[in-house]
Design a protein around this ligand. Structure first.
Ligand SMILES: [Zn+2]
Length: 56
């Protein structure tokens, strides 16, 4: 057990001991891989949304 390797994700508040992901919001905050995937997915959806022409 190497507890010093445990990191706390500032996004979800859960502890993780795997390689951290970098938040896409500021490109420096280390978050857990799960949140990294979520942000990547949200980013992906947001980019797709911007490509959709809006009709006002
Ligand atoms: Zn997290």
């Amino acid at each position: 057990m190497e507890e010093k390797k445990w990191k706390k994700c500032p996004r979800c508040g859960k502890k993780y001991n795997t390689y951290p992901a970098i938040s896409r919001k500021d490109n420096e905050t280390k978050i857990c891989p799960k949140c990294g995937n979520e942000e990547a997915l949200l980013d992906f959806m947001f980019l797709n949304e911007k490509d959709i022409p809006r009709i006002d």
